[in-house]
Design a protein around this ligand. Structure first.
Ligand SMILES: [Zn+2]
Ligand SMILES: [Zn+2]
Length: 353
């Protein structure tokens, strides 16, 4: 089968022919219908040797939807034939965070003392879904998607899930009176705006430097979209300040000024990983009770909720689909910012099963 594999750190991935994996024990085999491309993939492939302890070659792809077509002898064979999306966090299931249903913060997966990350799931340490077939460890990481198309379901696994988790875990500040600022209307941001709407939020101000994407922000349900944070700050101030700033960029230019836009008791939620740093302290001249959070991905229950929203027609991913042989071109377009919404790779080669 074809797979998009990282074969050397700091190098672009390659489309390679590899064997179709066989499910053993409790594993299930997924025929991939679509797999999303993520900025985290660029971060992984650009990294020098030693930053991640993932074994190479590594098949990329942590945002995957498809159909269960095989099962190991210990797996639940009732899943065969089901259309699913895969939860990309493969947790230990035993640690105290897993027992709290906070498995995206599994203690087995936290950065080790040397700063490197342990393997966490498909495409991140384990073979991913930018391939025709994917093995998952058990049905515990699967969510049924019913009749949702693979192209719609795949982005839910990360773009939708990460946005949902960031919003759901701040639900104490989310209601019909909320003033929300969403920075970055890319794969995650355009879904975040829709999810906020589903939570009853209407005062949503968006910021996106790419003005050609402003229409997507408005279609997704934003009240207004501005090209700069300075312009958005005026609109936010006229609404009394932001209860929550969701920063899907996370660059210095977004993280640093964001706390000044908060209403008292407001919160900056940094989701994007563009390297921005924020000074935290109590004597910075900021509003009383300001807070900052840095959520990571989401739980399988969050994923079920995201799938339910999409199934109910309340969440629609803007998707550009690419065939397998265009994988590198698609990554280039992601890198250059020349994509609206999410890019997904769709396997085109015929099934060998
Ligand atoms: Zn991702
Ligand atoms: Zn755990």
């Amino acid at each position: 089968m074809l797979a998009v594999q990282l074969t050397a750190w700091g190098q672009p991935p390659q489309v390679r022919e590899i064997p179709v994996p066989e499910p053993a024990e409790g594993q299930l085999l997924i025929k991939v219908g679509a797999a999303g491309l993520c900025r985290s993939d660029l971060h992984v492939m650009d990294s020098p040797a030693g930053r991640f302890d993932y074994p190479l070659p590594l098949t990329l792809g942590h945002e995957v939807a498809g159909t269960v077509v095989g099962a190991g002898p210990l797996a639940d064979h009732a899943w065969i034939g089901e259309n699913v999306v895969i939860h990309g966090v493969w947790p230990c299931g035993r640690c105290r965070n897993c027992r709290r249903e906070r498995e995206n913060y599994c203690l087995e997966k936290v950065p080790r003392g040397d700063g490197r990350l342990s393997p966490i799931g498909n495409g991140l340490g384990h073979p991913g879904g930018l391939a025709e077939y994917l093995l998952v460890p058990s049905e515990a990481v699967l969510v049924r998607v019913g009749s949702l198309s693979p192209e719609q379901a795949a982005p839910l696994a990360d773009a939708g899930l990460t946005a949902y988790h960031a919003i759901r875990t701040n639900s104490d500040l989310i209601d019909s009176d909320t003033v929300a600022l969403v920075i970055g209307i890319g794969g995650l941001g355009h879904l975040a705006v829709q999810i906020l709407r589903s939570f009853g939020v209407t005062d949503i101000i968006a910021v996106e430097t790419r003005t050609q994407t402003h229409a997507l922000a408005l279609e997704s349900g934003a009240l207004a979209c501005f090209a700069t944070l300075a312009e958005a700050a005026e609109a936010v101030a006229s609404l009394g300040g932001a209860d929550v700033v969701f920063d899907f960029v996370g660059a210095q230019a977004t993280v640093e000024p964001a706390p000044a836009l908060l209403a008292p008791g407001g919160r900056v939620v940094v989701v994007g990983s563009a390297g921005g740093q924020l000074t935290v302290g109590k004597s910075l001249g900021l509003v009383n009770g300001w807070q900052v959070r840095a959520p990571f991905w989401g739980t399988i229950e969050d994923l079920r909720q995201v799938v339910a929203l999409a199934g109910a027609g309340k969440l629609h991913a803007e998707v550009t689909a690419f065939p397998f042989d265009s994988a590198l071109k698609a990554y280039d377009r992601l890198r250059s910012g020349d994509l609206s919404g999410r890019a997904v790779l769709v396997p085109t080669a015929p099934s060998s099963l």
